[in-house]
Write a protein of this length. Structure first.
Length: 751
């Protein structure tokens, strides 16, 4: 059965100017919403709608979403709508019942009454679910106040209601006492029956608005207007459908116009349209936010907090504590991080950020074969994002960008998170990681330092913040500050491998190998349970031994610490990008110095050959090529070059240009060097040397390309190339290049 209120039988006195104005404002605002691009439509719903968690200080909106103060959103939300049906339904009921209430109050009092009712409605719903992060928009809270006033002023006035049941179409006079009374009882029963953690229509906004209208009407009506007015027509009179056009019941006129406001009738409801909670409509958080009528995903009645007091949509304190453990183990490079995130999801399957973390950790493998698995995590995160905070939704957005290969967009999203939530350690670390592998040292440093005002020694994770700040400073050549910050971080937690790593880099760049050997030997006792970062620290220690001419120690470290083939870590991820980089670059450095490395290249080449066509991690590509060329797998080398050329020429990926302009000549130079074509090495590397930072990684890691260029330039007698190269090698180093093991012969030649 379909029912639709058409109009009432109250005569219109003065023109309802304010009612017309309110309807016009709602229409104008909605039309303005439609002119906005999708991203701004989303921002307008959050920025101008009531977000209870923001209103009460439980959460904050991203900078780009902040349009008005939280308190002002109570007013702006009254004029926002999510769809044409949402708008038409609200304005229809305002037109039917607003004119009588405005006539009883006068325009000025009516406007004040309307706004106060809207305030009461917004606060009622917000107090009912104070930590909700879903925006609430719509005029029906204020309109519910108008209904409450009408209920008291004209309870016996008849509302002409259209009844449609198959072929039975009639118009019936129903007293407002029944129409509005039944509607209000329905709101109360629904509000009491539906748990807050299941969400749905904002019943408490309707209840609060209606009760406010009932309470306020005696204060705002004109003194000559009585309450509980009598009927003006016969109740329950039944008329044929043609009565829609006649405009009166037999006894008395109902309205001079003789027609419903739009000259007929359309789709509608037998009760005022509900205020609705907008949610994401579509597969991406970057799509427009639409107000829809119906249920929404369950909301958590109480918001959890993480160790740094950021809001979490986790279902329990236990899940929130497990989240903190996952984050701590992630930033401190513990091997059990993936296992812990599995436990987190098992403990709270509907925690969107838990699924997002799993997706992040999957992409951290930098392996094309794992991108699909990250996509599954993304879909799970989106599925459960109805309860997520604004910050958590931004993390899902960042995951979507990263999975698609758009690291720049992911970085922009993480930076937006940090602008509002500088204590978000996950966003901070992922931005730090991504800037590093893009070679953007200053951006990596500045991203961390911008958050400095929020951090102190009392904040959990402060040592990790110091370690990131230190590494950014080291890569920018600020060694004094970097070493102080890094050593302080090591003091706070010797098991923080990134802090140890920052110190190791300072010692490498300043030419302090003996000190480096001692420092890492002391710290190794704290690496129990570490992931593959322990292999990288062993690589740093091997570089110190290399500089000290202790080649036997280097090979021993390679077999036991850098590439321990029998370890669980290597067996679990035999082709992990950082492990391949460590191993290939160390063996190549040894051979440049004339040290035989035996058959160690073969197993690395096996791994590299299986990754031909995988271009996710740019800096790893020349290292894959080193293993193939060193093992003389020339056909595999040719296939890899062809794959690089193909993707570079296609331009399908965001990094296609870097692939073609930098990764390809670097890989070609590796092959040429192995074949003894040193003139070609110089021709390939010298023109791109100053741009190779775009492949990512650190100065210490990229130094291998300089060693290769210097070696080929020396052998081919290109003194002018060496003369131009040596001053660049001195930048940021504690010792001149001719005093370093790799460049000793070069210094002799140029002198």
């Amino acid at each position: 059965m379909f029912t639709l209120p058409l109009y009432d039988d109250n005569p219109v006195g003065d023109r309802p100017v304010i009612t017309w104005l309110l309807i016009a404002l709602c229409v104008a605002v909605f039309l303005w919403q439609q002119t906005l691009p999708p991203r701004l439509q989303e921002a307008s719903v959050y920025g101008l709608g009531v977000v209870p968690a923001v209103l009460f200080g439980y959460d904050t909106l991203p900078l780009g979403f902040r349009m008005v103060p939280g308190w002002a959103s109570i007013f702006t939300s009254m004029f926002m709508h999510g769809s044409w049906m949402h708008l038409i339904g609200n304005t229809w009921f305002l037109w039917i019942f607003g004119h009588g209430v405005e006539g009883a109050m006068g325009p000025v009092r009516y406007l004040a009454f309307y706004l106060l009712s809207g305030i009461a409605a917004a606060l009622a719903q917000s107090f009912a679910d104070p930590t909700s992060t879903l925006p609430m928009i719509g005029a029906s809270g204020a309109i519910a106040g108008v209904l409450g006033a009408y209920f008291v002023l004209y309870p016996y006035a008849n509302v002409r209601v259209l009844f449609f049941f198959f072929l039975f179409i009639r118009v019936v006079n129903v007293p407002a006492l029944i129409v509005l009374g039944l509607w209000f009882v329905g709101q109360v029963l629904s509000g009491a029956a539906v748990p807050m953690d299941q969400g749905g229509v904002a019943f408490w906004a309707h209840i609060g608005g209606f009760l406010a209208g009932v309470a306020l009407v005696p204060l705002f009506r004109h003194s000559h207007r009585t309450l509980w007015g009598d009927a003006r027509s016969r109740s329950f009179a039944i008329m044929p459908a043609q009565a829609i056009r006649r405009g009166s019941v037999p006894e008395t006129p109902y309205r001079p116009s003789g027609r419903s406001p739009w000259g007929g009738f359309g789709r509608g409801r037998s009760s005022p349209p509900p205020i609705v909670h907008p949610r994401v409509a579509g597969a991406s958080a970057s799509l427009p936010m639409l107000a829809i009528v119906g249920s929404r995903p369950p909301t958590r009645s109480r918001m959890q907090r993480d160790a740094r007091d950021l809001a979490l949509s986790a279902s329990s304190a236990e899940a929130a504590a497990l989240f903190d453990t996952v984050v701590e183990h992630y930033v401190k490079y513990r091997a059990d991080t993936a296992q812990l995130v599995g436990q987190l999801i098992a403990a709270d399957p509907e925690f969107a950020l838990g699924h997002c973390l799993k997706g992040y950790f999957t992409l951290l493998s930098c392996k094309a074969a794992n991108v699909a698995a990250a996509g599954a995590c993304l879909e799970a995160a989106r599925l459960h994002s109805g309860n997520a905070t604004v910050r958590e939704r931004q993390h899902i957005e960042a995951l979507a960008h990263w999975r698609s290969g758009d690291v720049e967009a992911a970085l922009a999203t993480w930076e937006r998170i940090l602008a509002v939530h500088p204590l978000d350690l996950v966003a901070l670390r992922l931005a730090h990681f991504s800037y590093f592998w893009r070679g953007e040292a200053r951006a990596m440093r500045d991203s961390v330092l911008r958050t400095e005002p929020a951090w102190s020694s009392t904040v959990p994770g402060y040592g990790t913040w110091l370690a990131m700040a230190a590494f950014g400073q080291e890569e920018c050549g600020e060694y004094g500050m970097a070493e102080r910050s890094a050593r302080r971080a090591v003091e706070l937690d010797p098991a923080d491998l990134w802090a140890t790593h920052a110190v190791a880099h300072v010692l490498e760049m300043q030419g302090r190998p003996q000190e480096g050997v001692g420092f890492l030997a002391e710290q190794e006792a704290h690496w129990e349970g570490a992931n593959n970062m322990a292999h990288h620290l062993a690589w740093h220690r091997a570089l110190y031994h290399l500089e000290l001419d202790d080649f036997e120690a280097v090979l021993l470290l390679y077999d036991r610490r850098v590439r321990p083939l029998d370890s669980a870590l290597v067996q679990a991820q035999p082709d992990l990008y950082i492990d391949i980089q460590n191993a290939a670059s160390l063996l190549w450095r040894l051979e440049l110095l004339g040290v035989a490395v035996g058959s160690r290249w073969a197993e690395l080449a096996d791994r590299a050959e299986g990754r031909i066509g995988d271009h996710v991690q740019l800096f790893t590509l020349p290292h894959f090529m080193m293993t193939l060329a060193a093992d003389q797998r020339w056909q595999a080398c040719a296939r890899m070059l062809e794959a690089l050329r193909r993707e570079g020429a296609a331009g399908a990926s965001p990094d296609a240009r870097i692939l073609g302009d930098l990764a390809l000549p670097a890989c070609e130079a590796v092959i040429a060097h192995r074949r003894g074509e040193h003139g070609r090495v110089v021709a390939l590397l010298a023109p791109v040397r100053d741009a190779l930072w775009r492949l990512g990684a650190s100065h210490a890691q990229r130094d291998l390309f300089d060693q290769m260029l210097a070696d080929s330039a020396q052998i081919s007698g290109r003194v002018e190339v060496l003369t131009a190269l040596l001053p660049k090698l001195a930048i940021g180093r504690g010792r001149p290049p001719e005093e370093r093991k790799a460049y000793a012969r070069v210094g002799q030649l140029t002198s």
